[in-house]
Design a protein around this ligand. Structure first.
Ligand code: PRP
Length: 184
């Protein structure tokens, strides 16, 4: 029988570590926004962020709403500006709201840079990002997330929402994919 775990070379962030980092990030966000007086909106970027968003917001005891977007960013490797295509948009106005974009990973930084700009242009009071993973070695634009779960090396990671060819999202931990899988 096929078992996806055989394709994982090593576990990079275990289930236990994921729980601990969600605890830490949720506590920071709660502290930062508990007295803001504005609507707190979590914008989850599909698809990779769903596990993280579900675990994160369950640990946040202050009122908030959960929204989803699906976007792709385009642009030349050397340009920081570029386009963002919105495949699925918010169902609400974010004017004057505190917005936290929930991401699974920051790679080049383009998606978050452009999505932040878009939400700022819609009148959000605050736009911050909470990312599970950060791969600074791959950065192409100058972007820094406000809340970072953990910094990782430039490895091909899957699991806990992250995919290779749409598979492996359902692994309960973040693992490094064995090169034999993508060198086939
Ligand atoms: C991934 C990830 C971020 C983006 C990061 O999404 O979830 O949204 O890429 O890359 P960047 O920093 O280079 O912009 P992906 O397009 O793989 O979609 P998915 O979440 O549906 O797998």
């Amino acid at each position: 029988m096929c078992d996806m775990r055989q394709d994982v070379e090593s576990v990079l962030v275990s289930e236990e570590e994921l729980g601990a980092l969600c605890d830490r990030l949720a506590a920071q966000i709660t502290e930062d926004f508990r007295d803001s007086g504005r609507d707190l909106v979590f914008v989850t970027v599909l698809k990779g962020s769903i596990m993280f968003a579900a675990d994160l917001i369950r640990r946040i005891p202050i009122p908030c709403t959960l929204e989803f977007m699906k976007v792709s960013s385009y642009g030349s490797l050397t340009q920081s500006s570029g386009f963002i295509q919105v495949h699925l948009d918010l169902k609400r106005d974010v004017k004057d709201c505190d917005v936290i974009i929930v991401e699974d990973i920051i790679d080049s930084g383009r998606t978050l840079q452009r999505l932040s700009e878009l939400l700022e242009n819609r009148g959000a009071h605050t736009v911050r990002c909470c990312t599970l993973l950060d791969k600074p070695d791959r950065r192409k634009v100058n972007y820094k997330a406000h809340y970072v779960g953990t910094v990782i090396p430039d490895a091909f990671v899957v699991g806990y929402g992250l995919d290779y060819d749409e598979k492996y999202r359902n692994l309960p931990y973040v693992g490094v994919l064995a090169p034999k899988v993508y060198n086939k």
